[in-house]
Design a binder for this molecule. Structure first.
Ligand SMILES: [Zn+2]
Length: 140
């Protein structure tokens, strides 16, 4: 898992000038993980590694803000749950970007063996708002 992550990060970093995602570091990430993953989601397993990305996808309707360009698509967040990696766009504070959303996909994989790509499980209406509220309260 660590090797796969390293390879992904190296591939992303080494290709930052050729249209691949631009990777950023984001401060307070460990604190945000603690609040959401351990606190609200009550997870004891390792949290997914988060990769912060800032691409500008032309023609996406979201010009001027960071997104994730991947395989011809334009996303606010992506989870690679087999590798326990989440990519999140780096636009807004934690409470307002897709950080909690992508981590919740990982929670669902651990709980049910499926990331619930359709977002139909009850956790999207219960845990996700609670996570975003907790981040907001923490000033993140
Ligand atoms: Zn989703």
């Amino acid at each position: 898992m660590r090797l796969a992550l390293l390879i992904i990060v190296l591939a992303v970093v080494s290709c930052s000038t050729c249209g691949m995602p631009q990777v950023r570091a984001k401060s307070m990430e460990a604190h945000a993980v603690e609040i959401v993953w351990r606190g609200v989601y009550r997870m004891t397993a390792s949290a997914p590694s988060v990769i912060w990305v800032c691409n500008h996808c032309p023609g996406s309707g979201y010009e001027g803000i960071c997104n994730i360009e991947f395989n011809g698509g334009c996303y606010g967040g992506l989870s690679f749950w087999r590798h326990n990696v989440a990519m999140v766009n780096d636009n807004w504070p934690y409470a307002r970007n897709s950080f909690s959303h992508e981590l919740l996909h990982s929670v669902l994989v651990i709980k049910y063996g499926d990331p619930d790509a359709e977002h139909s499980r009850k956790e999207w209406k219960t845990l996700l708002p609670a996570a975003q509220e907790a981040l907001e309260e923490a000033g993140l």
